[in-house]
Design a protein around this ligand. Sequence first.
Ligand code: NDP
Length: 444
Amino acid sequence: MKPRDILDNIKRRFPNELEYHQAVEEVVNTLEDEYELHPEFAKYNILERLIVPDKILSFRVTWTDDNGNVKTNMGYRVQHSNAIGPYKGGIRFHSSVNLSILKFLAFEQTFKNALTTLPMGGAKGGSDFSPRGKSEAEVMRFCQAFTEGLWKNIGADTDIPAGDIGVGGREVGYMYGKHKKLTGDFTGSFTGKGREFGGSLIRPEATGYGNVYFLLEMLKLKNIDIKGKRCLVSGSGNVAQYTCEKLIELGAIPVSLSDSDGYIYDPEGITKEKLQFVMDLKNLYRGRIREYAEEYGCKYVEGARPWSEKGDIALPSATQNEIDADSATELVNNGIIAVSEGANMPSTNEAIAIFQKNKILFAPGKAANAGGVSVSGLEMTQNSARLSWSAEEVDQKLKMIMNNIHESCVKYGTEADGYINYVKGANISGFIKIARAMISQGVF
Ligand code: NDP
């Protein structure tokens, strides 16, 4: 079957899974020529086997709130592909979580993990439980109940979950603790753990820092200095915070942040001190980004995203589909020079097409945000070797991995007119590696 027929078939077999269709379509759009060049891919039906997840686990999670009410949520784990290593990918807790979203995330994760050059397959999991507004005790009870549904299917050599939206160090700690209690094993069954029990230095920073390292490589090729560039950042969680931290360190000027209620725009720039306010607000008090505007007297826009503001570089770091065609057009008209995705699939396929048509430097999440899972891979290595590397050592390795990913994208994505199609480069580079591993391991 040809890639386009496979896509049509997937849409027919899994109707209503729109995010999953979108992620698959983005890959199919860039893979057709390469697929033709390798008849063995069609012979072994590699593309369809790589699109459909190996296994999906779905379970009910029952927990009790502080008032004694018994609640249920759904829990899932999509084990997408273990062709090149054990399943690996984060857990998302958010009210919007459904199978379509987890299947798109697991599919992209498989490509991303292949790009890191580390031996990790792809997976993703989560629940429609939202930690927002829940007490500490409720979050702990939920995490423990979720782990009861999942524990038999994960482990240091089978499937290693980590954090994602709504799952940070606190939640990973509770899930890890419950897994240890059930198995009796102190192993690297999760990454993103606390420093005291096997977590890696630089893991919290890795996705944001990695995204900026990738951006630097893109700018370097065009002889553009990041100093003084005004950066539109969305989100205000883990990825957004450390993206801002690295931007500030390099002399760039982050001017926006957001959460699911709205965005702030600070034309004077988010400084180190202001960023510390955001970190305390979000990580300690679990407050809203609106409070930044109240503290520093800048603009706050309820129910909107920052893409109508003027900036040189956009680093979307909140969630999927936060930049649509209209926002992309606005960004282009306002003179954006680069877009580097910290979030997973924050731009719609129509938005990507607009950026590429206008020759904007555009880095897809599966390449630009691979720093998080890369340092998770380094955490796994440290756990197996019973070692703990210094921050400098981990940061150095992170930089090297991001540079390698950038190089692979350039190798496979440079077009006849010299424009680097980073989407195509990332997709082809990841695909070839996984396809070869699948062919070598036989048909099953
Ligand atoms: P966090 O939960 O720490 O932060 C998420 C941020 O995005 C919050 O500010 C949240 O606002 C906002 N947000 C979430 N959902 C929505 C929504 N539907 N609409 C608007 N805003 C929303 O998550 P992370 O920072 O870890 O993750 C952000 C993105 O980066 C995700 O796409 C994730 O998949 C991706 N990513 C994360 C990695 C990691 O290492 N953590 C690795 C690679 C990718 P609010 O507080 O109001 O919910």
